[in-house]
Design a protein around this ligand. Structure first.
Ligand code: CP3
Length: 345
């Protein structure tokens, strides 16, 4: 295939160094876009929106049409997985997710072993619709939450700042917690494989809360399950491209090199790009890691932050992204400016 029609994002995931890096932004579809807010009002709840193939595919494509990013990420949420396992999940406006907490073995037993395909098939239909609408050279990314991060919401029943309820649960009821993580590994493999079969060309595993764990727990609850998912996905889709985003894992990042099933590592805002370029094996493609607040603020601080990242990763396979999701008050002209500056080389 000619490099013209081939996606720059996929070429980079294959290890090629392009003249300027491909770019997409975590949470690039969403509330900072007026066209998203307009269609969001058409669904009674956020989960209804996620399960509506027409609305979810429209939201996925919106940032591509407006900005021309190199990749689209499916519009969905990591919490469709607990919802499809039968846990009660809802999103309170302005407050974030609320779930009926899993407190013991009986609560876990009450969940399904596998996801409700009646719900999940609508997510895969959204993937199909998006792929049919995207230009050839725009890649489509599917995703799931990593088991640890999804479990923090399942056990606390909501987001917390330090994940203390789930860390405590993992110590006090280690066997139950292991069974929950194993179930999430299993259903996440299935979820990613289905997205890849429906037309996603790469998948990202979001471990947003990897950074709160001591090393032994990090290895057991973050690293091992993410590697197990990557292995399980590639057993079914041999050349699947997998990006791990273990947010906050700092100096533990090189541990992901032991797997050949992960092609790229997402770097969070706290990682020094020069450190990453020096200490992470070149077989790993690196993605990141502009501070979302720098993008929100704009001006000289933004330009300096962009240039520091571009300089650090020059000569290396790098996907430009934020270090975490775009913030809702981010001005649209700042995103346009970001793309122009990156593509100017
Ligand atoms: O990146 C994208 O554009 C694709 C869509 C996407 C969403 N959530 C849409 C969303 C993705 C990839 C996610 C992942 C996600 N969801 C993560 C991992 C990444 C991260 O941010 O750490 C987590 C932890 C969640 C769980 C979640 N979903 C929370 C905590 C919240 C509430 C906080 C918030 O930002 O509102 C959500 C809701 C959510 N997910 C919204 C969107 C656009 C906002 C809901 C709305 O539009 O009303």
């Amino acid at each position: 295939m000619s490099t013209q029609s081939r996606s720059k994002f996929l070429a980079t995931l294959d290890g090629h160094v392009t003249s300027t890096p491909p770019v997409w932004l975590m949470r690039q579809a969403g509330r900072y876009l007026p066209e998203y807010r307009e269609i969001r009002a058409k669904a009674p709840s956020f989960l209804d929106f996620c399960y509506d193939p027409q609305l979810a595919s429209e939201a996925t494509v919106q940032p591509i049409e407006r900005f021309g990013f190199d990749a689209a990420i499916l519009f969905s949420d990591i919490l469709v997985v607990p919802d499809a396992l039968g846990q009660h999940v809802r999103f309170e406006t302005g407050e974030g997710p609320r779930l009926t907490p899993i407190s013991n073995a009986a609560d876990l037993k009450a969940l399904r072993e596998t996801s409700d395909q009646g719900k999940m098939s609508r997510v895969y239909e959204a993937v199909e619709r998006v792929r049919a609408r995207l230009p050839q050279d725009v890649a489509l990314i599917g995703f799931c939450g990593a088991p640890w991060t999804v479990a923090t919401y399942m056990i606390a029943g909501q987001g917390t700042s330090d994940q203390a309820p789930t860390r405590r649960f993992a110590y006090e009821q280690a066997d139950v917690f292991k069974a929950l993580i194993d179930r999430l590994v299993h259903v996440s493999i299935e979820h990613l494989v289905q997205q890849l079969k429906a037309g996603a060309q790469a998948v990202q595993i979001f471990d947003s809360w990897a950074g709160v764990l001591p090393i032994a727990e990090f290895e057991r609850w973050c690293l091992a399950p993410v590697l197990a998912i990557a292995k399980g996905v590639r057993a079914q889709v041999p050349n699947a491209k997998i990006i791990a985003f273990p947010r906050g894992s700092g100096v533990n990042l090189p541990q992901f090199e032991i797997s050949d099933d992960i092609q790229a590592l997402g770097l969070d805002t706290s990682i020094d790009p020069h450190w990453a370029a020096r200490h992470i094996d070149r077989k790993m493609v690196l993605q990141g890691n502009l501070d979302p607040l720098a993008l929100l603020a704009g001006g000289r601080g933004l330009d300096e932050a962009i240039d520091r990242i571009l300089t650090a990763f020059r000569g290396r396979a790098h996907i430009f992204n934020l270090g975490h999701g775009i913030l809702p008050p981010t001005p649209i002209p700042h995103v346009e400016h970001l793309l122009r500056r990156i593509r100017a080389g």
